[in-house]
Design a protein around this ligand. Sequence first.
Ligand code: FEO
Ligand code: CA
Ligand code: CA
Length: 557
Amino acid sequence: MNQNMDRRTFLSYLGTGAAALAAASAGLGTLEGKASAMSPTADHLFGYRTNQVSGYFDPIEPSKADELILPNGFKYDVVAAFDDIINEAGEKFGQGSDYNAFFPINGSNVHGLLVNNHEYTNIFGLGPIVGGKMSQDQLEKNLYYQGMSVIEVLRDESGVWQMDTSSKYARRINGFTTFEFTGPANRSSALNHASTAQGTFANCSGGVTFWNTVLSCEENFSETAEASKLPSTHYGWVVEIDPFDGSFLKKHTALGRFNHENTAMGLTKDRRIVVYMGDDKKDACVYKYISNGKYVPEQGRSNSALLTDGTLYVANLKNGKWIPVTYEALSKVLASEKFKAPAGVKGSREELMKQYQSQADVVTNCHEAALMLGGMPTDRPEDIEISPFDNTVFICHTNNDAHGNIHGHITRIFETDNDLGSLEFDFEIFAAGGRQSGFSSPDNLAFDSRGNLWVVTDISSSSTNQGVYTAFMNNGLFVIPTAGPSKGAAMQFASGPKDCELTGPFFTPDERTLFLSVQHPGENTTDLSKPTSLWPHREGDSKARCAVVAISGFRFN
Ligand code: FEO
Ligand code: CA
Ligand code: CA
C-alpha cells in the first residue's frame, strides 16, 4: 500500500477502483504509449512514466490586480492576442480565447502549431450593441471572431515565444467555414437534411485525439445562431479539425448535441474509443461515448471514423450506471402509459413520441432524451480529464446556485474494474471549492506528468470580488496533486487580470512551457472610454485583449 494513503482512504477504495489504486501506488501509467507518426501531442493520453508528486513553485496569494501574476521565477510571453494578424493572408486572431493544444513540428518542444478556441465576442470586438440588436457589421464580426485559430509558434533564441505569421498552416476556422456532418444525424430531418453546416462558433474547451487531431466543443451557441438566422440544430456539436490539414473539418453527431464543454479521450480494455463529455448547464448531465470499432494506431487519422459509429451513454450518479442514450431505449420509455416527463423536459407523451422518431432525433435533442432515460442532472459539468496514471475520471462541477452549490467541486469517477468501457462506476468528491480549499468554481483541467491536476477557475465576472466570492479575488490557476502527501490540496499558481477567466492550460510534451488563455479581461466594461482592464497593457492600447500566453520557468527535481 502507498504509505501516504491512510487506512480509511484505502478501505474506501476497496472494491471500487482496486486496480486504479494499484496503478496509482506503483506510479505507473496503465496503458502503453505509441508515438504517433505526426507528433507526440497525444502521447500523454496513453500514460506517463512517473507520478512523482513534489512542490516546485512557491504558491502565490489571490490578487485583484489587473495583471497576470505568476510565482517567482516564472514569466509569460503573449503569443497571440485578439485581432493580431496571424498569417500572410491578413487573417486575425479571434476573441474569447479558450482551449489550447500544441502540436510539435518535427518533434520540437519550441516550435509547433498551436490550436486555440474562440468562444465568444464582447464589446472590445464588436463595440456597443445598440438596442440589443447587432448591426450587419457586428453580425459578421461576431461570426468571424468566434471559432478557432491555428497559428505557428516558436521560442526564439532569446527564449521568447512568438507567432510566425509567414506560416503555411496558420489559418482561421470560424462562423463562415464549411463543416461536414458525420454520424446518425447527417442528412436527417433533424438537421433539415443537411450534410454540411455553415461554420462553428461558441468553441469552448476541447481535447486531442489519439491520432493528433483536435476536438473542439460548441457550447453556448444559441444566441449566435439566432442572431445570424442560422439553423440552431447545426450547432452544439463536437467538431474535429486537423491542425496540419485545412481540408479536414467534421461535426460528429454521434457524440450528441448539447452545450458541449470538452472531450477527454481514452481506451476501453478491449481497445475501443471512449470520449467523456460534460454539458455545461445547470442541472445537466455527464456523458461518455464508446465506439463500436477498435482503435488501430497504424491507421492514424482514419480512426476518426470511430467517432461516427458507437453508443452514447449518460451517467446516473445515484445508481453508478451508464445508461445508453438510444432511440431503442427511449421508445421503450415512451411506450409506457405510466410515462411522466421528468423536470427539465417539456411536452406530453404523444408530443415527445412525435419529436423522437430516430437516433438522429435523440442525438440532436440529447439533453431531454438523456433526462427521460434516467440521466442525472448535475451542477454544470465542465472539463473532464482521465488520469493518465490510474484511469480515474475527473470532472469539474463548476457550481449551481439553484442547488446551493456556490463554489463547485471536482468529482472523480472510478469505473468498475478500472475499465473505461465499464457501464458501472463509483465516485468520490475529490476536492470541493470554498474557503477551506482556496478555490471556487473549477472549470478546465490538465494533468502534468507528476500526477498534478492543473485547474482554472470560472467565477463569473458579475460575481468576482463580491459577496462570498470576495476572498478568492480574480480568477486563477491552481495545482492540485492527485496522489502523495498533498493529495487534494490546492496551491495557486496564477492570478488573472481584472474580469478575466483563465482557460485552456496545455503543456508542451517536455512540460517546459505551459500555454494558457486569458479570456475576457475587462468583460465588465460598458463604456469603451472606461475599460475595466487594459491587459495585456500594450503600449498605446486603449482596450483589453484576450490572449494566449506561453509560461516558462518550470524546474525539475
Ligand atoms: Fe465555456 Fe463552460 O465554459
Ligand atoms: Ca469552460
Ligand atoms: Ca467557463
